[in-house]
Design a protein around this ligand. Sequence first.
Ligand SMILES: *Cc1c(COP(=O)(O)O)cnc(C)c1O
Length: 457
Amino acid sequence: MSENKIPYKIYLTEDEMPKKWYNMRADMKNKPAPLLNPGTGQPLTAEELSPIFCEELVAQELDDTTPFIDIPAEIRDFYKMFRPSPLVRAYCLEEKLGTPAKIYYKFEGNNTSGSHKLNSAIAQAYYAKKQGLKGVTTETGAGQWGTALSMACSYFDLDCKVFMVKVSYEQKPFRREVMRTYGASVVPSPSETTEIGKKILQDHPGTTGSLGCAISEAVEVATKNEGYRYVLGSVLNQVLLHQSVIGLETKAALDKYGIKPDVIIGCAGGGSNLGGLIAPFMGEKLRGEADYQIIAIEPASCPSFTRGTYAYDFCDTGMICPLAKMYTLGSGFIPSANHAGGLRFHGMSSTLSQLYDDGLMEARSVEQTSVFEAAEQFARVEGILPAPESSHAIRAAIDEALKCKETGEEKTIVFGLTGTGYFDLVAYESFHNGTMTDYIPTDEEIAASIAKLPKIG
Ligand SMILES: *Cc1c(COP(=O)(O)O)cnc(C)c1O
C-alpha cells in the first residue's frame, strides 16, 4: 500500500473492536513468578486472595494458561463511549524532526480520566458489582487511576474510597475534584484514618507519601470493612490483561494497512499500559511468529528496570500486601520530592519483569527535564498536551527517530501516548520556570533500599 494512503488517524469500527482480552502469560514459556503469602512464603491461593480482591479478578490474576478471555458485553458497551482510541500517524512530528522514520502513537487520553486507566477501572468495577459488593478502595498517585475508578464506580453505582499520595493531593487539587464529582471520597496518604498510615507518619514525619504507603492504607480499609475489596490500577496481571485492549486495537489498525512496526515503545510505571500495548506483538514474538524491538521507558529518578533487582518484594511500604517477584528498588524506595513526571512506583509488573529478564524486551531511563522538552516539542507539532508519564515514551520515540535520521533507516516506530497533561501543569510550570531538576538516586541510596528486601528462599 502506498504511503500517502495511510491516514492521519486510523480508526476501527465498533465491529472491529476486540471482543476478547489477550493474556500474554498463556504464551510465556517462563511464567511470571506467583504472588507469595508474606507470612508463609508459599504461593497465594484463590481463597487467600479473595478477602482482598474480587473473585473473578482473582481468577484472572492466577490464570497463566487461557490465551483469550471474553470481554463482557457490559464492559464493551462502556468501552464504546471512548474507544476505539485513535492510532495516529505523527506526520507533523516526523516532518519537524526531518526523520525518515514512520512514527505512530496510540492515544489513550480521549476520556475524562485522561488516561488508559479507564480500560481496567471499568472492568474491575464491573466484577465488583457482579459480586454484589458495596464498594472498592484504592490508591492513586498523580490521580489518573483514582479518577478512572471513580468514573467506573459511579457508572455501576459502587462506593469508591481513594487514598491519594499526599504530594499529589496537594499539587493536583483538580483531579481530586474530578474524583469527588464522580462521587468518590478522597483521603491524602499517609493519613491518620488507618493504623498503617499512623505508623508511617510516626516513622517518617512530614513524608509526602508514596504509592506504596497509599496501597497499604487502601488494603487495610478494604479488608476491615464488610462488602469492600481493594482494586489496583497497575502492576497486577489482571490489569495488564484488561489493558491488552490497547495493543489489540493497535495491531488491528496496523494490520488494516499492512504495517509492521519495528520498534514499540511505552512508558513504564507499574507496567500496565506497556504490557497492554505490547501484548499481541509480544505474543507473536513468544510464539516465534514475528520479532519486534520492545522498549520500556522509565524515569531516571525511579529506575526499577534499569537499576533495580529482580527479587521478591512487597508491593507496598507497609509490607502487608502479597510478595511479587519483580524488578524493584525496594518497597521503602520513595522518589525524590522534586520528581514530577509520575511513574513513581518502586517495582514493576511481574509479567514484564519476567519478559525483561528473559531478554524479550529492553528498558531505558530518561531524565525529567529531557522528558518535558520532548513533551513540549510534541505538543507544539501534534497538538496534544501529553501527560508527563506519556512523555517518557515520546522522548524515546524522538530519540529513535533521530537515530534513523543519522542512519537513514526508515523504521516504523509505535509508541503509547497514554494520556493528557491538563492536570499536570504545575510540573510544566516548573519546567518552564527552569526550576525543574534532574535528581538521580545514587548507587548507595538504591543499595540501602535493596538491602531491606525481604529474604525469600
Ligand atoms: C498511570 C499512568 C501511567 C503509568 O502506569 P503504567 O501502569 O505503567 O501504565 C502512564 N501514563 C499515564 C497517563 C498514566 O496515568
